[in-house]
Structures are given as structure tokens and as C-alpha cells.
Design a binder for this molecule. Structure first.
Ligand code: SAM
Length: 259
């Protein structure tokens, strides 16, 4: 049995390697410019919880938006607008992000973030409980990409709405769907875990969705340094190297909507 357990030294080395990998990935693939840094600083000054997505997740969202040529993006759960900046930067010209936020103070802060990032024209925050606001969005549908990152208890309802507000080919992405494994335990640890359990089940059962959960802890073996160096530098590539090993404790669910 003891042979199966890593030694203290292995655990320490792995932890150090993860810190190194995390720093390198962030630095190379998702460096935060002034607007993103200021968004975090503003949220800290205003004592908002530090629960925004990671820079690599942001970059992945940007790439997904660009991949589906997003002209319309819907976000559920704005906080200070950090993920909104990444998403809005993936919009096609003349595209629009609508982000829903229940807390009026957070919404104000997010508006300041979008203004400072030069995104006021294409990124709008709407205030209220998402379940009240979602039906009002029907005239503005379909959305090409929908990012769900609000109260986990309502995730399954948000998935239903996301499908209603999408078209064939839309992407639906939800954060925190793994929750350190709580999403797969038979008795959920709390209401939030119960919410993502239902979300994951529903995503798999829906006939019109093809979905996958991807761990997004920032751990990735940098096997091919030259390759990575090249894709970072290449003028025609916008790239992200993303952790998808088996150690991730939480992560994204990504679905594509079919007809
Ligand atoms: C995890 S944070 C969003 C983080 C943000 N997406 C980012 O990465 O920068 C969740 C946000 O959802 C908001 N929220 C919670 N319940 C909500 C609801 N029922 N309707 C709309 N927003 C809600 C919270 O106030 C909080 O700002």
C-alpha cells in the first residue's frame, strides 16, 4: 500500500512544478493587460469576492468566442466584469455581450471595468435575478455563446434557458461543474454541488447537446517547449495551452447545440 502513496518529496516536487507551470502558462498565454489588472484591483478595492475565472479560462473563452464567430454573447454572472472583458474581446466586429448580474453594486463596478477597457459600446450589464431577465432576452436571441457562472443552484434552469436562447452551433459553457468531485457524488455536499450535479446530468441527457467537462486547474506538462514557444509568438495565432489532465479539481462544461 505504501508503495502506491507518493513520498513527501514527490508531493513537494509536484506542488513546486505546478506553481512553475501555472506561472509560465499565465505569462505566456494569458498575460493580463492594464484593463484586466485594473478590473481585479477595482474588485479588491471594493471588497468583492475574488471568485472570477482564471486568466487561462478567460483566454479560452475568448478563443471559443472567436471560433464560433460570436456576434452575440450572453453571460450569466458578471461580478466585476473580468470574464466579460475576455469574452467581449472575442466578439466579431459590431458584436455584443450582454452580462446579467443580480447585485447592483457589482454591476456598476463591471460597467467601470468595461469603460476602462474601451468596451462600453459592445458590453452591457443588466441588473436583476437571471431567471427574471432571461425571458426578456428572447427578442435578442439567438446568442452564439452563452457563459454560465452565477448561482450554482440554478444551473439546470440556466441550461434550459441557454438552449432556448441559442441556435444550432451555439456554444454553452458553464464554470465550476466539477467542484473537486462533488459534482459526481451521489449525495451532494451542499445546494451548489446539487445544482451542478443536475447540470451535468441534464447536459448529457439533452438530445440537442454534445457536451464535455474539462478540468481547468492550471496544471499542464510543458512537454513541447519549442511548440509552445512558436504558437505564442506566431503572428497568425491566438493561442492558449490549457490543462486537461486528470488532476483538475474544477472546470468548465462545454456544450455545442445541435438542431
Ligand atoms: C462567480 S461570480 C462571476 C464571476 C465572473 N463571471 C468572472 O469570472 O469575472 C458569480 C456572480 O453571479 C452573480 N449572481 C449570483 N446569483 C445570481 C442570480 N440569481 N442572477 C444573476 N447573477 C447572480 C453574483 O452576484 C456574482 O457576481
Amino acid at each position: 500500500m505504501s508503495q502506491l502513496l507518493p513520498s513527501d518529496e514527490q508531493i513537494r516536487n509536484n506542488a513546486l512544478a505546478r506553481v512553475f507551470i501555472d506561472r509560465e502558462l499565465r505569462m505566456r498565454f494569458a498575460p493580463e493587460d492594464e484593463a484586466l489588472q485594473e478590473s481585479i484591483a477595482r474588485a479588491q478595492r471594493e471588497n468583492l469576492p475574488s471568485i472570477q475565472i482564471s486568466p487561462l479560462q478567460g483566454k479560452l473563452l475568448q478563443i471559443m468566442a472567436m471560433t464560433c464567430g460570436a456576434r452575440t454573447i450572453l453571460e450569466i454572472g458578471t461580478l466585476a466584469g473580468y470574464s466579460g472583458v475576455w469574452l467581449a474581446r472575442g466578439l466579431s466586429p459590431n458584436g455584443k455581450l450582454i452580462s446579467l448580474e443580480i447585485n447592483p453594486k457589482y454591476a456598476e463596478i463591471a460597467r467601470a471595468t468595461f469603460a476602462a477597457a474601451g468596451l462600453s459600446d459592445c458590453a452591457e450589464v443588466r441588473v436583476g435575478p437571471a431567471l427574471d431577465l432571461l425571458p426578456t432576452l428572447l427578442p435578442e436571441a439567438p446568442f452564439d455563446l452563452i457563459f454560465i457562472d452565477a448561482d450554482k443552484q440554478n444551473y439546470a434552469h440556466y441550461l434550459d434557458w441557454a438552449i432556448r436562447l441559442s441556435r444550432a452551433g451555439s456554444l454553452i459553457v458553464a464554470d465550476n461543474v466539477i467542484r473537486g468531485g462533488d459534482a459526481f457524488r451521489t449525495s451532494a455536499a451542499d445546494e451548489s454541488a446539487a445544482g451542478v450535479v443536475v447540470y451535468d446530468q441534464k447536459m448529457l441527457e439533452k438530445r440537442q447537446l454534445t457536451g464535455v467537462d474539462i478540468p481547468s486547474d492550471e496544471e499542464l506538462a510543458l512537454g513541447a517547449a519549442a511548440y509552445i514557444g512558436k504558437i505564442v509568438e506566431h503572428p497568425r495565432l491566438i493561442s492558449v495551452a490549457f490543462p486537461c489532465d486528470d488532476n483538475g479539481m474544477d472546470g468548465f462544461a462545454i456544450s455545442i447545440v445541435q438542431s
